[in-house]
Design a protein around this ligand. Structure first.
Ligand SMILES: C[S@@+](CC[C@H](N)C(=O)[O-])C[C@H]1O[C@@H](n2cnc3c(N)ncnc32)[C@H](O)[C@@H]1O
Length: 318
């Protein structure tokens, strides 16, 4: 048995209210693509097939370098690693392994909206950490989680925020991330980047990592689970201008016939021709990330960019 803490932001009534809000707004919060066991499995398969972190040895090397840098920051043996949006925990486990090799005895706290992924990340970390804890919460809205982040008394903390900034509006997630940091914390974040000198061309180059049948199948799982049927419409992927001069890749579902979705005694109606925003992913460049972070009082102290320029790891200070 393992015990996992559940924050009120993921209590059933709140999740139901968020779900209705997403459907009515025709804009689905990203958390709804990871919540069920089925979605977590499908996302892990997409990640395995299309993420540079899993397929590009240059990418693994860059994370490794960042982790060795982080391990060198600590004099004391007790360090708490807090994986914010831990996913399957592959990167956090690699960081823990690196800390362990450096003689540190890390403890690990997995934080994610998906119970399934929190459990998987903890199991993956177990071989490298002295102990593990888990917190299920919605990082875009959870208040008062600072004291819940790490159950141990370790004075030194590493917070990881891997692959998280692309899927949230910067002005929603970054002030919240800022509040979670304590003096002396090490924050490592990673971002999907647009490769090359031509920003728009770089974003276009990585579009196939999203615009593929496996990613479509993962994203459509949400709609089919709320009662949309396969013949009701089609999914489209493209690129648009988002916040702060950033481009983002999006996926929309366009209804080709009317559909009524029922959630208990509530209904949401979709007419033929209506579109629902299922997903977006901001693509940064190191310079763009630096200027977005600066607006929220963060500075980049170190950065490690993959040879493909498609992903970067950043040590960030508040
Ligand atoms: C792109 S994945 C990154 C996972 C992992 N950090 C990695 O780099 O492989 C995004 C993760 O954020 C989680 N997530 C999405 N929305 C969230 C939210 N509002 N609050 C907390 N976690 C969220 C998902 O469940 C998923 O594990």
């Amino acid at each position: 048995v393992i015990h996992v803490a559940i924050h009120p932001s993921q209590f059933p009534d709140q999740v139901r209210a968020d779900l209705l809000k997403s459907l009515r707004a025709r804009a689905i919060q990203h958390k709804f693509h990871y919540e069920s066991y089925k979605q977590a499995q499908k996302w892990l398969a997409v990640h395995e097939a299309h993420s540079p972190a899993r397929n590009d040895s240059g990418c693994a090397a860059v994370y490794d370098e960042a982790f060795r840098w982080a391990a060198g920051k600590f004099q004391r043996a007790d360090v708490c690693v807090i994986g914010l949006g831990c996913g399957g925990g592959h990167k956090d486990a690699a960081l823990l392994g690196c800390l362990k090799t450096a003689g540190i005895r890390p403890v690990y706290s997995a934080v994610d909206v998906s119970l399934s992924l929190v459990i998987m990340a903890r199991l993956r970390a177990a071989g490298f950490a002295e102990s593990t804890t888990g917190l299920v919460c919605d990082l875009e809205m959870a208040d008062g989680i600072q004291d819940q982040l790490c159950g141990c008394r370790a004075a030194q903390r590493v917070l990881t925020f891997f692959g998280m900034i692309p899927n949230s509006e910067p002005d929603v997630i970054l002030p919240r991330l800022r509040k979670l940091l304590r003096r002396g914390d090490v924050l490592l974040m990673s971002a999907n980047l647009a490769p090359g000198a031509d920003y728009a061309a770089g974003v276009k180059r990585v579009l196939p990592q999203y615009d593929n049948a496996q990613t479509a199948d993962w994203l459509l799982t949400f709609l089919y689970d709320v009662g949309v049927e396969p013949g009701d419409g089609k999914i489209d992927f493209s690129i648009e201008q988002g916040a702060a001069d950033l481009l983002r890749i999006w996926a929309d579902f366009e209804f080709q016939r009317a559909r009524t979705v029922k959630l208990g005694d509530e209904t949401v109606q979709f007419a033929a021709g209506e579109r629902v925003r299922l997903f977006y992913s901001y693509r940064y460049t190191p310079e763009r990330l630096k200027s977005v972070l600066a607006k929220f009082d963060f500075t980049i102290s170190e950065q490690w960019i993959t040879p493909s320029e498609e992903e970067g790891v950043f040590a960030v200070q508040a």
